[in-house]
Unconditional design. Structure first.
Length: 401
C-alpha cells in the first residue's frame, strides 16, 4: 500500500511495466515507488517547493527504463511566475530511482497546461484554450534557466467561445501535431525550424468535425506507424451526456510532394447513454449484467434499444492501454449508489467476423456502417454512499515480449 500524503492534492499517477509508480502532487512533491523493491530502494522523491505543480506530462522509454517528466511550476508570491522543469527519472531493478533535471525555462501565462513531450525532437507542447505553445530545449542545458526556442500555433476557432471548443490533449505524429478538441480533431504541421523530418514545409492543416458530440476528456494510445507514410492513432473520448466513444484516426503523408496528406477519423465502438443511437454487437460481447426478460425477444436476440439494457449511467473515470487494446471505466447507474468498474477489450478486424446486428430485420440493413457496441464486464462493485470523493483510474500494461 502506498502511503498517502496528508492535505495534498494528487494530480496524477503513472504506472510503468507494472512495477514503478510515479505520483505527482499539487504541492510540488514528485514520488516514485518500486513495488518490487525492498528497504531504501523502494522509494525516491524530489520537490519543486516552494513552487506548486500546475500540470505535467511524461513519456517512458522501455529500453533504457527512463522516464522523462515535464512539470509546470507556478508561484504566486512574491510575484506570479511560471516555469517548466524537465526531469529525467532513471529506473533500476537493483537500486532506487533517481531524479535528474534536464532543463528549466520560463513560461508565459499563455503556456497554460503541459500536454505532450517528444524526447527525440526535444519538444514540449502546452495549450491554453485553442492555442498551442511549442518549446524546444537544447540537450546541453541542465538545471540553469535559459530562454528556449518557442512559437505559438493557433488552431481552428469556431463561432462559439473558446472555452466551449478548447484543446484537451495533443500528440506528436511525424511532422504533425494531432489536436483533440471538444468538437473536432485537427492536425497542424510542426513549424520547419522545430521539425527534423524531410517532409515538405508546406503541409496543410486538416480537420475532422464532430457534429453530434461534445467531448470533455480523451485517452490516447501510442502512435502506430504503418509503412513510411501512414500513422494510426486510436483514442477513447467521453461525452458526459452521450457516453464513451472509441475512434481510430488515420493520417497519410505521401512522400510525393504533389499528393495531399489525408486525415480519416472512424467511430469504431460506442458505449452510449442514448438508446436511440444504432449500434452493432459482436456475438462474443457479453456484459456481466444480463438484460431483463422484457428487453429480450422470443428468439433471444436483443431489440434495438437493448444495447443499453442497463439503466442510464454516468462515467466518472476511464482509461485505455497504450496499445489501444484494453479499456476500463467506472460508472454509476441511475437508481443506485453503487459504482461499477467495467473492463473491455477492443477486438481486431479479424475478430469482428462473428458480429451480429442489434435491431430488427428492417433496420439491420442501415446498421452496416454503425459503430459496434462497446460492451464489457463488471469486475468489481463499490458501495459508494459518498459521491463527493475524488480519485484516479490507472490502467497498467506489461511490456510486450
Amino acid at each position: 500500500m502506498l502511503q498517502p500524503r496528508v492535505r495534498s492534492c494528487l494530480l496524477g499517477l503513472e504506472v510503468f511495466l507494472d512495477r514503478w509508480v510515479l505520483a505527482i502532487y499539487a504541492d510540488g512533491f514528485l514520488n516514485v515507488w518500486d513495488l518490487e523493491g525492498e528497504g531504501q530502494s523502494r522509494w525516491a522523491n524530489t520537490t519543486i517547493h516552494p513552487d506548486q505543480c500546475a500540470s505535467y506530462t511524461s513519456t517512458f522509454d522501455t529500453t533504457s527504463l527512463r522516464v522523462t517528466l515535464a512539470v509546470v511550476a507556478s508561484r504566486i508570491l512574491p510575484a506570479i511566475s511560471r516555469k517548466a522543469m524537465v526531469y529525467e527519472i532513471q529506473l533500476s531493478e537493483t537500486c532506487a530511482p533517481t531524479f535528474n533535471v534536464i532543463c528549466v525555462f520560463p513560461l508565459s501565462a499563455s503556456s497554460s497546461t503541459a500536454r505532450r513531450l517528444d524526447v527525440s525532437k526535444g519538444l514540449l507542447a502546452f495549450s491554453q484554450l485553442c492555442t498551442i505553445s511549442l518549446f524546444r530545449w537544447p540537450s546541453n542545458h541542465r538545471d540553469d534557466i535559459f530562454e528556449s526556442d518557442s512559437c505559438n500555433i493557433r488552431t481552428y476557432q469556431e463561432e462559439r467561445e473558446e472555452m466551449y471548443t478548447t484543446i484537451h490533449t495533443l500528440e506528436f505524429v511525424g511532422p504533425y501535431i494531432l489536436v483533440l478538441k471538444t468538437r473536432s480533431v485537427e492536425i497542424h504541421p510542426i513549424p520547419p525550424q522545430f521539425c527534423n523530418t524531410n517532409t515538405p514545409c508546406t503541409l496543410p492543416t486538416l480537420r475532422h468535425h464532430f457534429r453530434k458530440y461534445s467531448f470533455r476528456d480523451f485517452c490516447v494510445a501510442q502512435v502506430e506507424k504503418n509503412g513510411d507514410d501512414t500513422y494510426v492513432v486510436k483514442f477513447l473520448a467521453s461525452d458526459v451526456i452521450q457516453g464513451l466513444f472509441f475512434f481510430s484516426s488515420t493520417i497519410t503523408i505521401p512522400s510525393n510532394p504533389l499528393e495531399e496528406p489525408t486525415l480519416h477519423v472512424d467511430l469504431v465502438y460506442i458505449h452510449s447513454m442514448i438508446p436511440s443511437i444504432p449500434v452493432r454487437r459482436l456475438k462474443q460481447n457479453e456484459h456481466a449484467l444480463q438484460p431483463s426478460d422484457e428487453a429480450s425477444g422470443s428468439s433471444g436476440r436483443l431489440v434495438l434499444n437493448t444495447g443499453h439494457v442497463r439503466s442510464p449511467f454516468f462515467v466518472s473515470a476511464f482509461a485505455m492501454g497504450p496499445q489501444g487494446m484494453r479499456g476500463v471505466w467506472i460508472e454509476r447507474r441511475r437508481g443506485t449508489m453503487a459504482k461499477h468498474i467495467v473492463t473491455c477489450r477492443f477486438t481486431t478486424e479479424t475478430e469482428e467476423e462473428g458480429e451480429e446486428l442489434l435491431g430488427d430485420s428492417e433496420a439491420e440493413a442501415g446498421l452496416a456502417d454503425a459503430p459496434i457496441l462497446l460492451d464489457g464486464r463488471v469486475v468489481h462493485t463499490l458501495k459508494s454512499p459518498d459521491l463527493n470523493g475524488t480519485g484516479f483510474l490507472v490502467l497498467a500494461i506489461r511490456c510486450p515480449g
